[in-house]
Ligand binder design. Sequence first.
Ligand SMILES: Nc1ncnc2c1ncn2[C@@H]1O[C@H](COP(=O)(O)OP(=O)(O)OP(=O)(O)O)[C@@H](O)[C@H]1O
Length: 234
Amino acid sequence: MTPLLQVSQLRSGYAGSTVLDGVDLTLEPGSILGLLGRNGVGKSTLIMTLMGLVPTTSGTVLLDGVMLPARPHKIARAGVALVPQGRRVWAPLTVGEHLKLATRHAHPGTWTADSVLDLLPRLRERLRQPAGSLSGGEQQMLAIARALVTNPRLVLLDEPSDGLAPAIIESIMDVIRQMQTEGAAVLLVEQDLHLAFEVSDEIAVLDRGIIVHRTDTESFRGDPDTAHRLLGVA
Ligand SMILES: Nc1ncnc2c1ncn2[C@@H]1O[C@H](COP(=O)(O)OP(=O)(O)OP(=O)(O)O)[C@@H](O)[C@H]1O
């Protein structure tokens, strides 16, 4: 099977400093890969590079065997959606306006503004509210909804649990599972190991600019020594 995402020898960074130094990564259609790593190793940089928001120095990224374009809007059009760290919703725009803007570039598929709002009823209740007036959890749901209505083949999720209460994190897990049920693949960067372990089929670990470890989630869970060595956690 052709992988949905095939990243080969990807290098990128900022103003002379290399962060990613030859990342190789594949992701099968409809699978969820949890990407872990210590603080500052470059997990967000990888997500941002895949979305075209940090320029690639060298290497290739193929989506369904086709080279991804360089510009973010073209990458979005190719079927990649980003849920960025810190949500990045537009404070003055309402929930409804966010969804309307996002659906302008939607691919045909199962997700519509209506079906996403069925999945996230809190957002339906707040359709006319500006995003800036929502709670952190609601803003995260909005960032996820905005990605889902485009019917992406690949969702890049950067720390969706960041700063949220356990009950909201549970709802986020449900939504991630639902993305998978509808056929999307997910690359999930997450500090919350519980969330990452609950939803991911596999775990990859980034360190020193490369992927240093990859295994199925159950094996990673059952190997605390490796988790401790790679992540500094028990
Ligand atoms: N806009 C930027 N300009 C310059 N350096 C940056 C920028 N963003 C990140 N960096 C640096 O790149 C490195 C990787 O950062 P990145 O945010 O990708 O790591 P991370 O693994 O996502 O970290 P965390 O787990 O803390 O979110 C760090 O050394 C960081 O200081």
